[in-house]
Design a protein around this ligand. Structure first.
Ligand SMILES: Cc1ncc(COP(=O)(O)O)c(C=O)c1O
Length: 426
């Protein structure tokens, strides 16, 4: 008889070989300290390029104090219960109003996690006759949400993908969907693509949505607090916020907290509030976060100097690494996607690179096939306002010594450059 747990004794599943080998270096590394530019990784101080503390609010003393005050009043318990029953407070409502005003929408609704928010929104709105059109590089929560939606009759909406940021492909999907359309159509994408660092073509997407009568949902996890006026996000950056039907932001990145929110018309907000199972059947966002987030939002709005510093650090990192011969993805957002050729030796190169960097004081995230085409390693680096010039310079020096000591080739050949281009244009 097969036991449900049989698979746990194999090296299958995500990162299965690492799990089977009890790895805690490449996967699930223990990082102590509050998130910041230098963090202790298994006993070694590293310059941290892997946390989304974009404008340096993690560990902010005023926000910490607001959370402490909230804990004094509400402890860790308040409020108890789901928003629907006993978990709504005036503070939750006030925060929603403030977020709606910030995002220039009629109303907003809070979620406990970004992932749960996207899942709740999409599954509450989309039923069997609807079609969800998803950018191929969209975050797992968007993909999971699209495939989890089912509606009342148990049928599922159709899910179609379009090539990453490819407007011609999106248009052809919209055209074909409209030929047999029985329900609504929604396009789902990120604002800033968190892995590759490029921006969604929101002017193109919103124009096509208008032409083919589709709705637009953007998950701007990496754009909120980072892009646009007062950090209002990627749609504001492009001047198309009015054309976004549901704007979604998480607090896990620039807000350096936990939770997320959708901003939309009041009617859509109410539908979501009453129908999102991930929130209707879950305890409300704890008061410690709600109270702290009110102050965080003020700091985000007033954060132009912090954003300028973040861009400056991003520019410097890009310049220094490019000077070493490294190929970096487009600088549309602060995220630096650094590409290293790996040929046939993908796993060997990624492990040598990450080991060298971590052991010599640089922590970043490594990505390879199937997330990106084979033959390339991508190091995703997140410059923040908390990094100093010295952090950037020291990092570049460590990359240089890695190149020289490990004899790793940095320059990409034509074919590899074409592969990188393919990532960005789908
Ligand atoms: C684009 C995107 N959406 C959603 C999430 C999930 O957000 P949270 O961590 O708040 O659940 C992430 C986090 O990795 C993300 O990058």
């Amino acid at each position: 008889m097969i036991d449900i747990f049989d698979k746990c004794a194999t090296d299958e599943g995500y990162f299965g070989r690492f799990r089977a080998a009890k790895d805690r270096f490449f996967t699930l590394p223990v990082l102590d300290d509050i998130p910041g530019p230098r963090m202790n990784c298994q006993g070694k101080e590293t310059i941290m390029w892997s946390v989304n503390n974009y404008i340096g609010l993690a560990g902010d003393a005023d926000i910490q104090e607001a959370a402490i005050q909230a804990a004094r009043t509400w402890s860790v318990s308040g409020p108890m219960g789901s928003r629907m029953m006993s978990g709504t407070t005036q503070d939750h409502l006030n925060l929603e109003k403030a977020l709606a005003a910030y995002s220039q929408k009629e109303d907003a609704f809070l979620f406990n996690y970004g992932y749960m928010g996207v899942l709740g929104i999409v599954t509450s709105l989309c039923g069997p006759d609807d079609v969800l059109i998803v950018d191929k590089l969209a975050h797992a929560c968007i993909v999971d949400a699209a495939f989890s939606a089912k509606g009342g009759q148990g049928g599922r909406p159709m899910v179609r993908f379009f090539r990453h940021n490819d407007m011609a492909d999106l248009e052809s999907v919209l055209k074909s969907v409209n030929k047999t359309r029985k329900g609504g159509v929604m396009i789902l994408c990120e604002g800033v693509y968190g892995m590759t660092g490029d921006l969604a073509d929101l002017p193109g997407i919103t124009a096509l949505a208008r032409r083919y009568e589709a709705r637009v949902f953007i998950d701007d996890a990496h754009g909120i607090g980072v892009m646009g006026t007062q950090g209002r996000g990627t749609a504001d950056f492009f001047g198309v916020q009015n054309d976004i039907d549901i704007y979604f932001g998480t607090f896990a990145k620039a807000f350096a907290s936990i939770g997320g929110y959708s901003a939309s018309s009041e009617q859509v907000r109410d539908w979501i509030a009453f129908n999102s199972r991930t929130q209707v059947f879950a305890k409300a966002l704890p008061m410690i976060y709600v109270k702290a987030l009110q102050l965080t939002l003020e700091k985000i709005i007033a954060g132009n100097d912090r954003r300028a510093l973040m861009w400056e650090r991003s520019r410097r990192l890009r310049e220094k690494l490019s000077a070493l011969g490294l190929h970096i993805g487009p600088g549309e957002s602060p995220i630096c996607a650094v590409f290293i050729p790996a040929g046939e030796h993908l796993e060997e190169i990624i492990m040598r690179v990450l080991t060298y960097l971590r052991q010599n004081g640089v922590f970043c995230t490594g990505v390879m096939w199937p997330v990106i085409p084979p033959g390339l390693v991508m190091l995703r680096m997140i410059p923040t306002a908390a990094h100093s010039e010295a952090d950037v310079d020291e990092t570049a020096e460590i990359f240089q010594s890695m190149r020289d000591e490990l004899k790793i080739k940095f320059a990409l050949n034509e074919e590899e450059i074409a592969k990188v281009r393919k990532i960005y244009r789908g």
